[in-house]
Design a protein around this ligand. Structure first.
Ligand code: BGC
Length: 750
């Protein structure tokens, strides 16, 4: 069962959650798991179809607006709805009301979802309707549906399908995490109903168009009527059924970003290639077979966790933009929470999975970020810097979309996080062209930002008034995470110029106007970087004042007051030692050579006590670092929180969309946590441990041109080179494997 998710609950709240859980996507197109026919007993639904990065621009309204606050923001749009299929049998609408039996399955091996309804009608007898749908991985524009209707006796049947351009985004003014206002942002430009149904819409401000053309085929002779009205194109088939009838439907989406002005023609061409649902489904399954083989991740001993792992990896695949104009929204393409924005979530939490299993996608994600470099340079100037690149906290097309600067623009660490992921890509692939074409420039501009933000005082390089990852502590001096990440950024920026071949260095020096001594100044700043340390506690301080504050009494805080951000004014939170998420502990994970073992361990113990994990980005970090410190059972407990967070709706907001960073965190907790993988300038390293509850755990990663399979059993670890040759370390031992070779090493109980 770990390949499937089954949920037949039809209570209103769970239906909304299921819309996210059963969402299908392919990185370009995402469709929530809505019912084709809508709901019978409930009005609440977020009926959603999204195209990654397809957005409009809306004004930000402030009560009080200060200098360089962003004036507009981008918002991912709910686009044309082509999910609707309405069926009537002998004049009665078929719908998944409670009196009807329903079975619903997400099949992660096939990349399809299936919904089967069965009920009894006096005249037609028992009728079974099976809806299948998929969003294709092999033709990114395609959403395919198939409906099978099986009546026991002869019946008069009507099927209507609709392409609807009269759509809006969902809004809920009571919840700051869901978009509010500006719900309707698309105008219908054209509606046609002939052999195909098609609708074209345009955004109000961003000047982007989206088009959907759909065609269908029925397995039996029928009368077909078409109509258009109010932004909708509709077709209706009427026929007499006896036995089984199959309707196959293909909807193709195109948009200005990917298809230019030719979006209507291109949709028609793509539709021509769609002839058989079975063939489309076979291609889908073959694609997924490859995916599951490349990113194999199995544990033996807990089917529920295995299901959670599969589910999380499946949604990562479904959500990652791979066209360099899009990225991974914080909620994937499964909902409208966070308005489709991209955050540091990608670089720190999701990117590693792609880097180590699908480097092509990883490269595209970086190319997307690189394409925002000019906008980041402009933003740095707006905010008052003389040079450098300041990446926006949340964005789609490059402009800062956060209206709350203390937990938005002030999170300068995002620039270092992006730099970090670029460095990781280089360390894994060693692509020299990447160094010349992307890495050096990105690191140079981010290093310049740190030089312009920080300052030397008493022999220390200090960075004031920034916010670290923990959003319950804002605008502080010398956030340890930020300073340590900036140090890494500065050191690597200088190193890039040494790694470049002279002719490339010369060309870049001119283009980037590298000044004499500039790289040396980065090295000096890095060398003198101030990393706050508390002598009494012998831990790194989260920032200059964190440890002076009063400790929040978490034990006496009522359960219903969590997450704290929904129940306390930010200033209250800022005045206490209380963390929303991992901050210093995350720095220790990413940069383990910045502190010694004992300091990291003490920091862990200290910060764990003041962390609420109100952000889903926290558990995986605490899991990985518990494993690092040898507390494997604690690592396991934190890991469990990540693996089924959405399936079990533990954060109670899965209805707004899935928690993609946490999903990436599941992979991190297994591979970086239990297997203890690290990527360093010195190469690839493992320090594996296995939780008691599991018999074994296996996974695959790519390292340069090699494919490595790692299997952890209770008493040993086995490394096998399935493809290519590679060298890595297991603790202190260096291991080299040629293709087909393996090495087994005893594993001691953690
Ligand atoms: C977290 C941020 C995160 C954002 C989007 C917030 O709740 O505190 O770290 O980037 O969610 O996932």
């Amino acid at each position: 069962m770990s390949w499937q998710l089954v949920n037949n609950d039809r209570r209103e709240e769970q239906l909304l959650v299921n819309e996210s859980l059963f969402a299908l996507g392919n990185g370009f197109l995402g469709i929530r798991g809505n019912f084709e026919e809508g709901y019978v007993h409930s009005n609440k639904s977020v009926r959603g179809t999204y195209i990654n990065a397809f957005h409009d621009i809306t004004d930000i309204t402030y009560g009080e607006k200060l200098y360089a606050f962003p004036e507009t923001q981008q918002k991912l749009l709910n686009v044309i709805d082509s999910q609707t299929i309405l069926i009537s049998i002998n004049g009665r609408r078929v719908a998944a009301g409670e009196e009807v039996q329903m079975e619903r399955t997400l099949d992660m091996a096939r990349g399809q979802s299936v919904r089967k309804l069965s009920w009894t009608d006096q005249e037609a007898g028992q009728t079974i309707v099976t809806f299948r749908r998929l969003v294709s991985f092999t033709m990114k524009e395609l959403f395919a549906q198939q409906v099978e209707i099986e009546t026991e006796r002869e019946a008069s049947v009507q099927i209507s399908t609709v392409v609807n351009g009269d759509v809006s985004n969902f809004s809920d003014p009571d919840d700051p995490r869901v978009a509010s206002g500006h719900a309707k942002r698309l105008t219908v430009e054209q509606t046609d109903a002939g052999d195909m149904l098609s609708v074209t819409c345009r955004t109000y401000e961003s000047n982007l168009s989206v088009h959907c053309s759909a065609k269908s085929a029925l397995s039996t002779a029928a009368e077909r009527k078409v109509s258009t009205e109010a932004g909708r194109a509709k077709e209706t088939y009427t026929f007499t059924s006896s036995g089984k009838t199959v309707l196959t439907r293909w909807s193709v989406y195109t948009d200005t970003y990917r298809h230019g002005e030719q979006l209507t023609n291109q949709a028609a061409q793509l539709l021509q290639a769609c002839t058989s649902f079975e063939e489309t489904a076979e291609a889908q399954e073959a694609y997924l077979q490859q995916f599951w083989s490349d990113s194999l991740l199995e544990i033996d001993g807990d089917p529920d966790l295995q299901q959670g792992i599969r589910f999380n990896l499946f949604h990562l695949l479904q959500s990652a933009g791979r066209d360099a104009v899009s990225n991974i929204p914080a909620k994937g393409l499964s909902g409208e929470g966070y308005e489709g924005h991209y955050f540091w979530d990608t670089e720190i939490y999701m990117f590693p999975f792609f880097l180590m299993t699908r480097p092509d996608t990883a490269r595209q994600l970086l190319k997307y970020r690189f394409s925002l470099l000019e906008a980041a340079k402009i933003r740095a100037k707006e905010v008052g810097h003389t040079k450098g690149a300041l990446f926006p906290w949340r964005t789609i097309s490059g402009g800062e979309c956060s209206a709350f600067f203390p937990a938005g623009t002030a999170q300068y660490h995002i620039s270092a996080d992006i730099a970090y992921s670029f460095i990781q890509y280089y360390l894994v692939t060693e692509e020299q062209a990447f160094l010349t074409d992307y890495l050096t420039e990105l690191l140079t501009e981010t290093a310049r930002l740190w030089m312009d933000t920080g300052h030397m005082k008493d022999g220390q390089f200090r960075i004031d008034d920034v916010t670290g990852p923990d959003e319950y502590t804002c605008i502080v001096n010398n956030n340890f995470y930020t300073n340590a990440m900036a140090q890494y950024n500065l050191n690597w920026a200088a190193a890039c110029w040494e790694l470049l071949e002279e002719k490339d260095a010369e060309a870049l020096r001119g283009r980037l106007q590298l000044e004499e001594g500039e790289a040396a100044s980065w090295k000096k700043a890095a060398e003198h970087m101030y990393l706050p340390y508390d002598e009494k506690l012998r831990i790194h301080a989260q920032d200059d004042t964190f440890l002076q504050k009063k400790v929040w009494d978490l034990a006496s805080t009522p359960k219903e007051k969590f997450p704290l951000l929904l129940n306390y004014h930010p200033l209250t939170l800022y005045r206490y030692q209380v963390c929303k998420q991992a901050d210093t502990v995350l720095a220790h994970f990413l940069l383990e050579d910045t502190a010694d073992e004992e300091t990291m361990k003490r920091s862990y113990d200290y910060y764990e006590k003041v962390t609420t994990h109100d952000s889903s980005l926290s558990y995986c970090v605490f899991s990985m670092m518990a494993a690092r410190h040898g507390d494997v059972e604690k690592a396991y407990r934190y890991f469990i929180e990540t693996a089924r967070l959405d399936i079990d709706n533990t954060h109670q907001n899965t209805k707004d969309g899935l928690h993609l960073a946490n999903m990436g965190g599941t992979w991190l907790a297994l591979v970086y946590g239990f297997a203890g993988m690290r990527i360093k300038a010195s190469g690839l390293l493992f320090r594996p441990v296995l939780p008691k509850a599991w018999k074994s755990m296996s996974f695959r990663i790519r390292w340069r041109n090699a494919l490595l399979e790692v299997r952890l059993d209770k008493d040993k670890v086995r490394y096998e080179a399935l493809d290519g040759t590679l060298t890595f370390r297991h603790h202190e031992d260096t291991i080299s494997l040629k293709e087909g070779e393996f090495k087994e090493i005893p594993l001691h109980e953690g």
